[in-house]
Design a protein. Structure first.
Ligand SMILES: O=C(O)CCC(=O)C(=O)O
Length: 287
């Protein structure tokens, strides 16, 4: 999970021009801006306060009382809780797809209800894309469908909630999902919806897509977590505040991390999915 002790001290890779390396910020949903991220016109976009407070609160309560809730409490201060699985960290594609079938109805119920919800936002985007002749659907493998999203909550008060990492290369080359269509999307993007957070937990986003040589030098051939913070020194970095209700999307090829939550017992809870364009007529998403 961490740097394998390479001699390389600074990450190398593709550094992007200023007109691409930025986050578009809007006070309402803008599906064209969302598509611009999937098209690689801009690195990220954040839409403020899209999920209403009552919807965030309902999902937050459902999450914490869900029978699907799992945790990995490494110490009294650091906690990691989730509902639903991540294809990338699943033990096998077969296991992930079987779990996806089992968990899909419960995940959908957890996020359902009146008001603008994660599910209704996906429907909005489905309608938006349909108007452009593009179909939005769950990713599939041999007729079996992925899960739509997962929920995750972390409460690290003084360490990074998520260490610096890049997902796109790791997913494209992950052996356990060989042949799955998600490896063929043109630009892998993370999409998140925040339902709980306090003042910390910002998204940290660096202007570098590490090259293969550098990824290997830092021991990231099969994993994607844990570039040392020193390896990013001098590289342009954006700090994107994230609040409950915000919805955002960004290119996962660039190194990113999540800042500490800031105080003890503060949880940052998000709905997480990945999305990408499979071809000109198909956009897929999965967890
Ligand atoms: O929670 C976030 O803002 C980023 C999540 C992330 O980096 C990931 O799931 O790979």
């Amino acid at each position: 999970m961490s740097n394998s002790g390479s001699d390389q001290i600074r990450l190398t890779g593709q550094v992007h021009p200023a007109d691409y390396f930025r986050f578009v910020e809007r006070d309402e949903m803008d599906w064209q801006a969302w598509t611009d991220v999937l098209h690689g016109k801009v690195a990220g976009a954040i839409f403020r306060g899209v999920l209403p407070p009552d919807v965030c609160e309902r999902i937050r309560r459902n999450f914490w009382s869900s029978p699907m809730l799992r945790s990995d409490e490494r110490s009294a201060r650091d906690a990691d809780y989730w509902c639903g699985n991540h294809l990338f960290t699943a033990s096998s594609l077969d296991w992930y797809l079987a779990e996806a079938d089992r968990a899909r109805p419960a995940l959908e119920t957890l996020c359902a209800g009146p008001g603008r919800t994660p599910l209704s936002l996906l429907d909005e985007y489905r309608d938006h894309l349909a108007g452009e002749g593009v179909r939005l659907r769950l990713a599939e493998h041999r007729g079996r469908r992925a899960a739509p999203f997962r929920l995750r909550s972390r409460a690290d008060s003084d360490a990074l909630v998520l260490a610096p990492h890049d997902d796109a290369e790791a997913i494209r080359h992950a052996r356990h999902i060989d042949g799955c269509e998600v490896q063929r999307v043109s630009r892998l993007c993370n999409a998140l919806m925040c339902v709980e957070n306090n003042s910390g937990g910002e998204l940290l986003y660096w202007n570098i897509s590490p090259d293969r040589k550098s990824r290997h030098a830092f021991g990231m051939s099969t994993d994607s977590y844990g570039y040392p913070i020193e390896s990013l020194s001098g590289i342009e970095q954006l700090t994107v505040p994230v609040h409950a209700g915000d919805v955002y999307i960004f290119d996962t090829a660039n190194v990113h991390a999540v800042a500490p939550c800031g105080s003890d017992g503060v949880f940052r809870t998000t709905i997480n999915l990945l999305m990408g364009e499979l071809d000109e007529e198909t956009t897929v998403y999965w967890s």
